[in-house]
Design a protein around this ligand. Structure first.
Ligand code: AMP
Length: 637
């Protein structure tokens, strides 16, 4: 048995001893009394009775050995800002922020919704919430008012923290008007809104509700706010993710299990050591931002880079597709974490940019969030001369399900495969109709995980245990098992290959989108009778959303000019409601949509036609002319 195979086996079959050892990677105020309570499957409680705090583990515990070492390195190529906070300075800023939250009346268990651009204050806010036991719910800054409103409604926050604006490619993106509209749309109203004024856009403050960050911070410069010790299973945060319904799900995470899972992943998967520098190019609005911009690297005592900007623009605002490598050189980055789409963007530029800087500090590049195609992996691996490691996971799991644990034992990567099952994840491939386990090499099945899920994974859907059970654990017949909703195969060496989603979730540039959410937004246009949204393969972004619409008034789409006008209106609507990243790449008009005789939309057949693939069995289809229209549209494009 290889060293990793034994490590993996112990994580499942000698579970309590294995995870008890990992618990030693973090600080506990009181040690856990029970490692794993799985008496009420599929709900699991890790480290029962132990008390700890995420902010203590990320910040305070490093004050003894590394107070003056860099902790948070903030870089914005949008505003030309670079600022490094040592652990001591980060500790002071987080306490100031915690004192402000307290002054506003935020208590343990209250929700704080964070809708912010990539600025240092966003990290202070997250850590301050963790410090006082408030539950943060960070909403990606690219979301627009309707998406933000549904999250406010569900999280019912006491406080919302935001800013005047973000910036993208030098263009100011206002947040405050979108937030005001989102609060107007939501039936839940927060008591207070705390706003960072970056001086990018004028804000109209609402008296009694809106507060500015800077003057409140000034009042608490010397604040001392102790960490609230939380029982391991108390909630640290929720993060919303898309599914097959229009309603996003609040993925709820614990405190102790999450801290241990991150600490262990930094050691065994990312090989990150205290004093090194981690650079994840993601955003705090996504799970990667929670785990590997804020908490993971800091728990490991590393410096973490928080980056606002494009991969192709320099600190002076001029085009520079070498900016990441420049940062690697300057801050001696050891681990870089990004997404395949970003690498595909860089691939379009002169590879000389990669050679311009001294990147000898870099040990490994990690890519995740979407399938990594072989040409992209090969190109970046050749260009950097360091190993490129794919990792497959989900918002729900919080850390990788499949990858290579080089910190346990060095193993080769295989292009096209994210790797093998990680310790703690009892990954199975199942026949989706019978639930039968597929054990033969190359057999295609649903990627499923036997309970209990390891530490760090979602506890439940926020305020909806029934939805958690029904959505994730009851999809495979005759078995209570967690479904990832991905298809996969495994080769004879145990390496998995992910073959796409089993549901209607699409992945645009590593961002997960529910086609239902986009359809609901498009349906709110007065001239839309019906709509189908599908994900279509795209060379750069992996997938893009494509919409097929039946107009209420057919005469409006009979001419090219009015057709284009309606297409523009629909795109603008989605941009205004959900955000620019959810906007379909095209809106095409048809007179009817392909459906089964019982009225179910045949999204997969539409997708296959758009991608020039075989549609498979269409015997249940009602009217074949519907698919023919789409075929003609695609052929004429
Ligand atoms: P999210 O929760 O937004 O991170 O999306 C998770 C989904 O993204 C997974 O269920 C997969 O469909 C896809 N995904 C994430 N990482 C990978 C990867 N390394 N390879 C292939 N698909 C991935």
């Amino acid at each position: 048995m290889t060293k990793y195979a034994d490590f993996y086996r112990r994580s499942l079959h000698d579970r309590d001893a294995f995870w008890s050892e990992q618990a030693g990677l973090i600080d506990w105020k009181t040690p856990p009394q029970q490692i794993c309570d799985y008496s009420k499957p599929p709900f699991v409680r890790w480290y029962v009775g132990g008390t700890t705090n995420l902010c203590h583990n990320a910040v305070d515990r490093h004050l003894k050995d590394r107070p003056d070492q860099a902790a948070l390195i903030y870089v914005s190529t949008e505003t030309g800002t670079e600022k490094t906070y040592s652990f001591r300075e980060l500790h002071a800023e987080v306490q100031r922020t915690a004192a402000v939250l307290r002054e506003i009346g935020v208590q343990k268990g209250d929700r704080v919704l964070i809708y912010m651009p990539m600025i240092a204050e966003a990290a202070f806010a997250m850590l301050a919430c963790a410090r006082i036991g408030a539950i943060h719910s960070v909403v990606f800054g690219g979301f627009a008012s309707v998406s933000v409103a549904s999250r406010i409604e569900d999280a019912s926050p006491k406080l919302i923290i935001s800013a005047d604006a973000g910036s993208r490619g030098g263009k100011v993106v206002e947040y405050k008007p979108l937030l005001d509209e989102a609060i107007r749309l939501s039936s839940h109203k927060p008591d207070a809104v705390l706003l960072v004024d970056r001086g990018l856009s004028a804000m109209k403050l609402i008296a009694g509700r809106d507060h500015l960050w800077a003057p409140l911070r000034e009042k608490h410069m010397d604040a001392t706010v102790p960490c609230e010790w939380l029982e391991s299973n108390e909630i640290s945060y929720t993060i919303y993710t898309s599914g097959t319904t229009g309603n996003p799900k609040g993925v709820q995470r614990d405190t102790g299990g999450y801290a241990v899972a991150l600490a262990a992943s930094m050691k065994y998967i990312f090989g990150g050591k205290a004093g090194e520098t981690y650079f994840s190019t993601s955003d705090i609005g996504w799970v990667v931002g929670h785990s590997y911009i804020v908490y993971g690297p800091l728990i490991a005592g590393m410096a973490t880079i928080m980056y606002e900007g494009l991969p192709t623009r320099g600190i002076d605002g001029e085009p520079n597709p070498g900016i990441w490598w420049q940062l690697v050189e300057k801050y001696k980055v050891t681990q870089l974490f990004s997404a395949p789409t970003a690498v595909r963007v860089l691939k379009k530029h002169d590879p000389a940019y990669l050679k311009k800087y001294d990147i000898s500090s870099l040990k490994t590049l990690y890519l995740a969030g979407e399938p990594l195609d072989e040409p992209t992996a090969q190109w970046i691996s050749d260009a950097l001369g360091v190993p490129v490691i794919d990792n497959y996971w989900q918002t729900e799991t919080g850390w990788p399900i499949l990858t290579i644990a080089n910190g346990v034992e060095k193993a080769p990567s295989k292009f096209g495969s994210p790797g093998v099952a990680m310790y703690g994840f009892d990954v199975k491939l199942l026949n989706e109709l019978t639930g039968e386990e597929l054990v033969g090499a190359g057999e295609k099945g649903v990627v499923a995980i036997e309970g209990p899920l390891p530490p760090g994974c979602m506890q439940t859907v926020w305020r909806d245990d029934a939805r958690f059970v029904k959505t994730y654990w009851e999809t495979v017949p005759g078995k209570m098992v967690y479904s990832t909703f991905d298809w996969g195969i495994r080769d004879k060496d145990g390496y998995f290959f992910i073959l796409g989603r089993t549901d209607d979730v699409i992945n645009v540039a590593g961002h997960r989108l529910g086609t239902r959410e986009i359809e609901e937004s498009i349906s709110s246009h007065p001239n839309v009778a019906e709509v189908a949204v599908v994900g279509v393969a795209d060379k750069l972004k992996g997938q893009v959303a494509m919409a097929f619409v039946v107009a209420k008034d057919a005469s409006t789409v009979s001419e090219e000019r009015t057709r284009l006008q309606l297409e523009g209106e629909v795109m603008k609507l989605v941009e205004g409601q959900l955000g620019a990243f959810a906007r379909p790449s095209r809106v095409r008009f048809v007179t009817l949509l392909p459906k089964t005789r019982s009225g179910k939309l045949l999204r997969r057949a539409i997708q296959a036609v758009c991608e020039g693939r075989d549609t498979g069995d269409l015997s249940s289809m009602d009217d074949p002319s519907a698919l023919r229209q789409i075929r003609d549209l695609v052929a004429s494009a």
